[in-house]
Design a protein around this ligand. Structure first.
Ligand code: AR6
Length: 163
């Protein structure tokens, strides 16, 4: 089942929450900053052992002090106008995150709107890709949550899902 929630993703008690990280995996602003603050310094210490993550890929970390059991960090593309493979890279973020979760036997996973903040991906186009990739894995998970940080984002997700 795919659900749209308006929430701070750090509050969600899921098997995994996905982080919209940067390639260092060592923290940053936006949802990445919020997740590192809520998880505590253990997350940064663990991630320092991972050796970074290229754009489009995903890495698994323990949830540390979060209510979520695991953090899946993925690195979205920086929007550069749309001709630099951004759509495929964004889809890869969702696919690789789902693949990692499935390989661990996880049943519930929440995603933020990857790349749509600091990385500048146009929200409607990103939502279309996110929902398409969620639908592709809907049968494999008990709960898939699109965790929106604003009412406006939730309107986009609901339109894409139910409109
Ligand atoms: N819970 C859920 N969603 C949130 C939260 C939160 N606590 N905080 C922000 N969002 P962004 P990006 C939403 O900028 O575009 C970081 O510095 C936000 O409203 O966090 O992939 C990293 O280190 C937006 O809809 O991620 C990278 O350098 C969405 O999360 C860079 O930003 C994504 O916005 C990644 O940029």
């Amino acid at each position: 089942m795919i659900e749209v929630l308006i929430a701070d993703i750090t509050t969600l008690a899921m098997d995994a929450i996905v982080n919209a990280a940067n390639p260092s995996l060592l923290g940053g602003g936006g949802v990445d900053g919020a997740i590192h603050r809520a998880a505590g310094p253990e997350l940064r210490r663990f991630n320092a052992t991972l050796g970074g993550c290229p754009t489009g890929e995903a890495r698994l970390s323990p949830g540390c002090r979060l209510p979520a059991r695991w953090v899946i960090s993925t690195v979205g593309p920086i929007w550069q106008g749309g001709e630099r493979g951004e759509a495929d890279l964004l889809a890869a973020c969702y696919r690789n995150s789902f693949e990692l979760a499935a390989s661990q036997g996880l049943q519930s996973i929440a995603f933020p709107a990857i790349s749509t903040g600091v990385y500048g991906y146009p929200k409607a186009a990103a939502t279309h890709i996110a929902v398409r990739e969620m639908r592709a894995r809907e049968a494999d998970f008990e709960r898939i949550v699109a965790c929106c940080f604003s009412d406006a984002d939730a309107v986009l997700y609901r339109a894409e899902l139910f409109g």
